[in-house]
Design a protein around this ligand. Structure first.
Ligand code: UDX
Length: 442
């Protein structure tokens, strides 16, 4: 079975190398010539755990091209893994998807199965099949939905050992043919119709986003009423009906999926005259949570002009250099607008941040240099290097030892007697008297 994957972005590339690793014949096509050149030389154009090794192992078994004729002419299955970015109104932009359809219709004369892996609004696979039926011989292309559920940082593991594989098809034959792609995968298959498969993807991501917004609100309330959010998460999550995962309170969710997919489902519901109130609230809570660390900074410094702020972590989560919808971006922009002097450290996303936001911050090579002489420290990403950092070093290095931890990297007890004011998510502030001392001196 010859499989062509359209789109060498995150989903396409990871899916390609994992299927090739399992012995499938894979061709990856992307219009970006520089990306294809890098891949041909065996280099990964994205940052992902284990990807360079798997790419090296694929070697000659996987081919890369920018040429649609080469990619599509002989394919038995074509997988669409093209981006579906959100428009201003929250709806998904399907332009790349239909560009790929046009190329397939022109170059794949024999017809084949078209598998849509990109996250698309419910009903899109039906539209794609109608496109092929009107622009080629009806029935030549059969469209199947097969959403991805891979998370950055664990994408290879998520693809090689998926919790479930969802296949949405118009008939059993199409479903079984696409299921063959995954022969030998130890997973549970959910075989259904196309609209249900498309909905499973949105409903899953939006539910995880809702769980995060929920625990963030509970954590905010914990701060007010004197409860401990970490223990609340544990106490809730041990109930198997709730589960421990996606119950970590923090600075709000970011990344390329949750923000986009919550907005897209909300838009889709509205389009059908239905208000998804839970998802509307999820989005609103997240918008506020993303700038909560800035609001906390204002609690300590009414005037941020000239205040030296050390920001530890920029990526939307550890294990990636991705800054899309990262809360650090909003917080740093607000700090800069107020005249704060912002220094940053991130082991993966620093270069990307400097490229996207030149002149906004001073990127430091080490945590020590970032903290040296700072008046305030904000922790935005829970990198291992930060979690293992000695809490006593904050007092040693900072001019004013105030640490606002947006990821609960430390236990509050670690700061007892350290002289550091430690303000985390959903827990009580430690050493709040530091502030009174600072105010008295100023
Ligand atoms: C997500 C989904 O997990 C994946 O199935 C989908 O296909 C793509 O979107 P990803 O965006 O890579 O994956 O990251 P994920 O690990 O799910 O985290 C998303 C955001 O939620 C991050 O900003 C993370 O910090 C935040 N998060 C996650 C929390 O704030 N608390 C949690 O308990 C879990």
């Amino acid at each position: 079975m010859r499989i062509t994957i359209a789109g060498a972005g995150y989903v396409g590339l990871i899916t390609g190398v994992c299927l090739s690793h399992r012995g499938r014949d894979i061709t990856l096509i992307d219009p970006d010539a520089s990306k294809i050149a890098l891949l041909r030389e065996g280099h990964a154009p994205i940052f992902e755990n284990g990807l360079p090794k798997l790419l090296e192992e694929c070697g000659e078994k996987m081919s890369f091209t920018t040429d649609p004729q080469k990619a599509y002419a002989r394919a038995d299955v074509i997988v669409f893994a093209v981006p579906t970015p959100d428009r201003r109104d929250g709806s998904a932009n399907l332009a790349y998807l239909f560009e790929a359809c046009a190329q397939v219709a022109s170059f794949c004369e024999k017809g084949c199965f078209v598998v849509v892996k990109s996250t698309v609004p419910v009903g899109t696979c039906d539209k794609v099949e109608r496109y092929f039926d009107s622009n080629t011989r009806p029935g030549l292309f059969r469209v199947v939905s097969n959403p991805e559920f891979l998370a950055q940082g664990t994408a290879i593991e998520d693809t090689l050992r998926p919790a479930r594989i969802v296949i949405g098809a118009g008939d059993d034959n199409a479903a079984q043919s696409v299921r063959e792609i995954y022969d030998g995968f130890d997973s549970t298959f959910v075989i259904t119709d196309r609209r249900t498969a498309e909905m499973i993807k949105y409903a899953s991501n939006d539910f995880l986003a809702l769980k995060i917004s929920y625990i963030n609100e509970i954590a905010n309330l914990c701060e007010i009423v004197g409860a401990d959010s970490e223990t609340v998460s544990l106490g809730m999550g041990l109930d198997p009906r709730i589960g421990l995962r996606y119950l970590r309170p923090g600075t709000g969710y970011g990344g390329s999926c949750f923000p986009k997919d919550t907005k897209a489902l909300h838009w889709l519901a509205r389009y059908h005259d239905y208000e998804l109130k839970t998802i509307k609230a999820t989005i609103e809570v997240n918008e506020t949570q993303k700038i909560r660390l800035f609001k906390k900074a204002k609690k300590y410094y009414k005037d941020l002009q000239g205040v030296i702020v050390a920001v530890l972590g920029l990526a939307f989560k550890p294990g990636t250099d991705d800054l899309r919808e990262a809360p650090s971006v909003d917080v740093i922009q607000l700090l800069a607008e107020e005249g704060a002097v912002v220094r940053t450290w991130d082991p993966a996303a620093a270069a990307r941040f400097a490229q996207q936001y030149p002149d906004l911050v001073l990127a430091c090579p080490t945590v020590e240099e970032t903290l040296g002489g700072a008046d305030l420290c904000l922790i935005m990403t829970e990198w291992d290097e930060i979690i293992s950092y000695d809490p006593n070093d904050f007092a040693r290095l900072m001019h004013t030892p105030i640490v606002i931890d947006g990821r609960n990297c430390y236990t509050p007890g670690a700061f007892t007697g350290s002289g550091v004011l430690y303000d985390s998510v959903g827990r009580q502030v430690v050493n709040s008297e530091v502030m009174t001392r600072i105010e008295a001196c100023s």
